[in-house]
Design a protein around this ligand. Sequence first.
Ligand code: KIV
Length: 270
Amino acid sequence: MPAQGKKITAVSLRERKGQGDKIVAVTAYDVAFARLADRAGVDIVLVGDSLGMVVQGQSSTLPVTLDEMVYHSRAAARGVSAAHLVVDMPFMSYQASVEDGMHAAGRLMKEGGAEAVKLEGGEEVAELVRRLVCAGIPVMGHVGMTPQSVHKFGGFKLQGRTEAQARTIAAGAHALADAGVYAMVLESIPAALAEEITAAVPVPTIGIGAGPCCDGQVLVMHDLLGLDPDWSPRFARRYAELGRAAEKAFAGYAADVRAGRFPSKKESFS
Ligand code: KIV
Protein backbone atom coordinates (compact mmCIF):
# COMPACT_ATOMS: atom_id res chain seq x y z
CA MET A 1 0.00 0.00 0.00
CA PRO A 2 1.42 3.47 -0.86
CA ALA A 3 2.42 5.79 1.95
CA GLN A 4 -0.65 8.12 1.75
CA GLY A 5 0.23 9.97 4.92
CA LYS A 6 0.78 6.98 7.23
CA LYS A 7 4.38 6.80 8.44
CA ILE A 8 6.26 3.81 7.03
CA THR A 9 8.73 2.32 9.49
CA ALA A 10 11.23 -0.51 9.64
CA VAL A 11 8.70 -2.37 11.79
CA SER A 12 5.77 -1.89 9.39
CA LEU A 13 7.94 -2.91 6.44
CA ARG A 14 9.13 -6.06 8.24
CA GLU A 15 5.49 -6.95 8.96
CA ARG A 16 4.67 -6.84 5.25
CA LYS A 17 6.63 -10.05 4.60
CA GLY A 18 4.28 -12.59 3.12
CA GLN A 19 1.38 -10.13 2.79
CA GLY A 20 1.74 -9.82 -1.00
CA ASP A 21 1.94 -6.03 -0.62
CA LYS A 22 5.01 -5.10 -2.71
CA ILE A 23 7.46 -2.61 -1.21
CA VAL A 24 8.41 0.34 -3.43
CA ALA A 25 11.81 1.97 -2.93
CA VAL A 26 13.66 4.62 -4.89
CA THR A 27 16.86 6.55 -4.32
CA ALA A 28 16.92 10.31 -3.75
CA TYR A 29 19.77 12.55 -2.71
CA ASP A 30 18.20 15.93 -2.04
CA VAL A 31 15.08 17.54 -0.67
CA ALA A 32 13.34 18.19 -4.01
CA PHE A 33 13.36 14.61 -5.27
CA ALA A 34 12.87 13.07 -1.81
CA ARG A 35 9.72 15.21 -1.45
CA LEU A 36 8.42 14.20 -4.90
CA ALA A 37 9.00 10.51 -4.16
CA ASP A 38 7.34 10.88 -0.76
CA ARG A 39 4.34 12.66 -2.28
CA ALA A 40 4.08 9.94 -4.96
CA GLY A 41 3.64 7.40 -2.17
CA VAL A 42 6.85 5.38 -2.38
CA ASP A 43 7.51 3.38 0.77
CA ILE A 44 11.27 3.87 1.06
CA VAL A 45 13.54 6.76 0.07
CA LEU A 46 17.08 5.43 -0.07
CA VAL A 47 19.97 7.86 0.09
CA GLY A 48 22.22 5.46 -1.78
CA ASP A 49 25.97 5.74 -2.07
CA SER A 50 25.15 5.47 -5.80
CA LEU A 51 25.28 9.26 -5.43
CA GLY A 52 29.00 8.86 -6.00
CA MET A 53 28.20 7.85 -9.57
CA VAL A 54 24.96 9.65 -10.48
CA VAL A 55 25.52 12.91 -8.57
CA GLN A 56 29.31 13.18 -8.34
CA GLY A 57 30.12 11.52 -11.69
CA GLN A 58 32.65 9.05 -10.27
CA SER A 59 33.16 5.61 -11.80
CA SER A 60 32.22 3.72 -8.62
CA THR A 61 30.76 4.27 -5.16
CA LEU A 62 34.13 3.78 -3.44
CA PRO A 63 35.20 7.44 -3.08
CA VAL A 64 31.99 8.47 -1.26
CA THR A 65 32.70 9.69 2.27
CA LEU A 66 30.67 9.51 5.44
CA ASP A 67 30.49 13.32 5.54
CA GLU A 68 28.97 13.31 2.05
CA MET A 69 26.39 10.71 3.08
CA VAL A 70 25.47 12.78 6.15
CA TYR A 71 25.12 15.89 3.97
CA HIS A 72 22.82 14.23 1.40
CA SER A 73 20.87 12.39 4.08
CA ARG A 74 20.15 15.60 5.94
CA ALA A 75 18.92 17.21 2.71
CA ALA A 76 16.71 14.25 1.73
CA ALA A 77 15.32 13.95 5.27
CA ARG A 78 13.79 17.42 4.94
CA GLY A 79 11.68 16.17 2.01
CA VAL A 80 10.40 12.98 3.56
CA SER A 81 7.36 12.71 5.73
CA ALA A 82 5.52 9.39 5.27
CA ALA A 83 8.24 7.40 3.52
CA HIS A 84 10.92 5.51 5.44
CA LEU A 85 14.39 7.06 5.07
CA VAL A 86 17.27 4.60 4.66
CA VAL A 87 20.86 5.74 4.25
CA ASP A 88 23.82 3.79 2.89
CA MET A 89 26.95 3.29 4.95
CA PRO A 90 29.76 4.21 2.54
CA PHE A 91 32.80 2.10 1.67
CA MET A 92 35.27 1.65 4.56
CA SER A 93 33.00 3.29 7.11
CA TYR A 94 32.27 -0.17 8.58
CA GLN A 95 34.54 -2.80 7.00
CA ALA A 96 37.58 -2.27 9.24
CA SER A 97 35.89 -2.77 12.60
CA VAL A 98 32.54 -3.07 14.35
CA GLU A 99 33.37 0.11 16.30
CA ASP A 100 33.88 2.07 13.06
CA GLY A 101 30.50 0.81 11.86
CA MET A 102 28.76 1.77 15.11
CA HIS A 103 30.15 5.31 14.98
CA ALA A 104 29.35 5.72 11.26
CA ALA A 105 25.77 4.51 11.68
CA GLY A 106 25.40 6.77 14.71
CA ARG A 107 26.37 9.80 12.65
CA LEU A 108 23.91 8.91 9.88
CA MET A 109 21.10 8.64 12.45
CA LYS A 110 22.05 11.62 14.67
CA GLU A 111 23.27 14.10 12.04
CA GLY A 112 21.71 12.76 8.85
CA GLY A 113 18.19 12.05 10.13
CA ALA A 114 18.33 8.45 8.87
CA GLU A 115 15.65 6.08 10.12
CA ALA A 116 17.71 3.02 9.18
CA VAL A 117 21.09 2.27 7.63
CA LYS A 118 21.98 -0.08 4.79
CA LEU A 119 25.26 -1.93 4.51
CA GLU A 120 26.69 -4.43 2.05
CA GLY A 121 27.81 -7.98 2.73
CA GLY A 122 26.69 -11.25 4.29
CA GLU A 123 28.26 -13.26 7.08
CA GLU A 124 31.18 -10.82 7.37
CA VAL A 125 28.88 -8.02 8.57
CA ALA A 126 26.57 -10.14 10.76
CA GLU A 127 28.27 -9.15 14.03
CA LEU A 128 27.97 -5.46 13.17
CA VAL A 129 24.30 -5.90 12.26
CA ARG A 130 23.68 -7.53 15.66
CA ARG A 131 25.39 -4.69 17.51
CA LEU A 132 23.56 -1.98 15.54
CA VAL A 133 20.18 -3.60 16.11
CA CYS A 134 21.01 -3.90 19.85
CA ALA A 135 21.77 -0.18 19.83
CA GLY A 136 18.33 0.54 18.35
CA ILE A 137 19.41 1.11 14.75
CA PRO A 138 17.34 -0.73 12.13
CA VAL A 139 19.58 -2.30 9.47
CA MET A 140 18.80 -3.14 5.85
CA GLY A 141 21.14 -5.73 4.34
CA HIS A 142 22.44 -5.88 0.77
CA VAL A 143 23.77 -9.01 -0.96
CA GLY A 144 24.50 -10.14 -4.51
CA MET A 145 26.34 -7.68 -6.72
CA THR A 146 27.37 -5.34 -3.91
CA PRO A 147 28.88 -2.28 -5.66
CA GLN A 148 31.44 -1.59 -2.93
CA SER A 149 33.09 -4.89 -3.98
CA VAL A 150 33.24 -3.92 -7.65
CA HIS A 151 36.98 -4.58 -7.87
CA LYS A 152 36.64 -8.00 -6.25
CA PHE A 153 33.99 -8.87 -8.86
CA GLY A 154 36.02 -7.45 -11.77
CA GLY A 155 33.23 -5.02 -12.69
CA PHE A 156 29.51 -4.46 -12.07
CA LYS A 157 28.69 -8.02 -13.10
CA LEU A 158 25.75 -10.30 -12.36
CA GLN A 159 26.61 -12.49 -9.34
CA GLY A 160 25.31 -15.91 -8.31
CA ARG A 161 25.48 -17.62 -11.69
CA THR A 162 27.70 -20.44 -10.44
CA GLU A 163 26.40 -22.80 -7.77
CA ALA A 164 29.24 -21.81 -5.41
CA GLN A 165 28.43 -18.10 -5.78
CA ALA A 166 24.72 -18.77 -5.37
CA ARG A 167 25.30 -20.71 -2.11
CA THR A 168 27.52 -17.92 -0.73
CA ILE A 169 24.87 -15.30 -1.50
CA ALA A 170 22.07 -17.42 0.00
CA ALA A 171 24.18 -18.10 3.13
CA GLY A 172 24.85 -14.36 3.41
CA ALA A 173 21.12 -13.62 3.21
CA HIS A 174 20.41 -16.13 5.99
CA ALA A 175 23.22 -14.72 8.14
CA LEU A 176 21.77 -11.21 7.76
CA ALA A 177 18.27 -12.40 8.67
CA ASP A 178 19.63 -14.25 11.73
CA ALA A 179 21.55 -11.13 12.76
CA GLY A 180 18.35 -9.06 12.74
CA VAL A 181 18.02 -7.06 9.51
CA TYR A 182 14.44 -5.95 8.87
CA ALA A 183 14.82 -6.17 5.06
CA MET A 184 17.53 -6.78 2.51
CA VAL A 185 18.40 -5.67 -1.00
CA LEU A 186 19.17 -8.38 -3.55
CA GLU A 187 21.16 -6.82 -6.40
CA SER A 188 21.95 -8.24 -9.85
CA ILE A 189 21.45 -11.94 -9.26
CA PRO A 190 19.48 -14.48 -11.32
CA ALA A 191 15.72 -14.25 -10.80
CA ALA A 192 15.52 -17.89 -9.68
CA LEU A 193 18.09 -17.32 -6.91
CA ALA A 194 16.22 -14.20 -5.75
CA GLU A 195 13.00 -16.22 -5.69
CA GLU A 196 14.68 -18.95 -3.62
CA ILE A 197 16.09 -16.44 -1.10
CA THR A 198 12.79 -14.55 -0.92
CA ALA A 199 10.95 -17.77 -0.07
CA ALA A 200 13.55 -18.78 2.52
CA VAL A 201 14.21 -15.62 4.57
CA PRO A 202 11.72 -14.21 7.09
CA VAL A 203 12.25 -10.56 6.09
CA PRO A 204 11.28 -8.68 2.92
CA THR A 205 13.67 -8.79 -0.03
CA ILE A 206 13.94 -5.71 -2.23
CA GLY A 207 15.28 -6.44 -5.68
CA ILE A 208 17.25 -4.49 -8.25
CA GLY A 209 18.17 -6.56 -11.26
CA ALA A 210 16.88 -9.59 -9.33
CA GLY A 211 13.64 -10.38 -11.16
CA PRO A 212 9.98 -10.07 -10.22
CA CYS A 213 9.71 -12.45 -7.25
CA CYS A 214 11.25 -10.21 -4.58
CA ASP A 215 8.99 -8.64 -1.94
CA GLY A 216 9.75 -5.21 -3.36
CA GLN A 217 11.80 -3.31 -5.91
CA VAL A 218 14.27 -0.44 -5.78
CA LEU A 219 15.56 1.74 -8.61
CA VAL A 220 18.10 4.53 -8.80
CA MET A 221 16.03 7.67 -9.50
CA HIS A 222 18.26 8.75 -12.39
CA ASP A 223 17.51 5.48 -14.20
CA LEU A 224 13.77 5.65 -13.48
CA LEU A 225 13.47 9.28 -14.57
CA GLY A 226 15.78 9.01 -17.60
CA LEU A 227 18.02 11.77 -16.25
CA ASP A 228 20.95 10.46 -18.29
CA PRO A 229 19.58 10.02 -21.83
CA ASP A 230 22.59 7.88 -22.77
CA TRP A 231 22.38 5.35 -19.91
CA SER A 232 19.71 2.70 -19.49
CA PRO A 233 20.65 -0.55 -17.74
CA ARG A 234 18.70 -3.65 -18.78
CA PHE A 235 17.13 -4.14 -15.33
CA ALA A 236 15.78 -0.58 -15.09
CA ARG A 237 12.65 0.87 -16.63
CA ARG A 238 12.33 4.53 -17.58
CA TYR A 239 9.10 6.17 -16.48
CA ALA A 240 10.07 9.60 -17.83
CA GLU A 241 12.58 11.30 -20.10
CA LEU A 242 13.56 14.10 -17.73
CA GLY A 243 17.08 14.28 -19.14
CA ARG A 244 15.82 15.14 -22.60
CA ALA A 245 13.15 17.46 -21.16
CA ALA A 246 15.78 19.30 -19.09
CA GLU A 247 18.11 19.66 -22.07
CA LYS A 248 15.22 21.08 -24.12
CA ALA A 249 14.34 23.51 -21.32
CA PHE A 250 17.95 24.73 -21.00
CA ALA A 251 18.14 25.20 -24.78
CA GLY A 252 14.83 27.12 -24.81
CA TYR A 253 16.04 29.40 -22.02
CA ALA A 254 19.37 30.02 -23.79
CA ALA A 255 17.59 30.85 -27.05
CA ASP A 256 15.20 33.27 -25.31
CA VAL A 257 18.02 35.09 -23.48
CA ARG A 258 20.08 35.39 -26.65
CA ALA A 259 17.08 36.66 -28.65
CA GLY A 260 16.11 39.16 -25.94
CA ARG A 261 12.78 37.36 -25.28
CA PHE A 262 13.61 36.72 -21.61
CA PRO A 263 12.85 38.44 -19.33
CA SER A 264 9.66 40.06 -20.61
CA LYS A 265 8.03 43.17 -19.10
CA LYS A 266 5.81 40.90 -16.99
CA GLU A 267 8.90 39.20 -15.64
CA SER A 268 10.54 42.50 -14.69
CA PHE A 269 9.91 44.98 -11.85
CA SER A 270 8.88 48.59 -12.48
O1 KIV B 1 23.42 2.95 -3.64
C1 KIV B 1 22.32 2.60 -4.08
O2 KIV B 1 21.61 3.37 -4.74
C2 KIV B 1 21.87 1.24 -3.80
C3 KIV B 1 20.70 0.73 -4.57
C4 KIV B 1 21.09 0.47 -5.98
C5 KIV B 1 20.11 -0.46 -3.94
O3 KIV B 1 22.45 0.59 -3.00
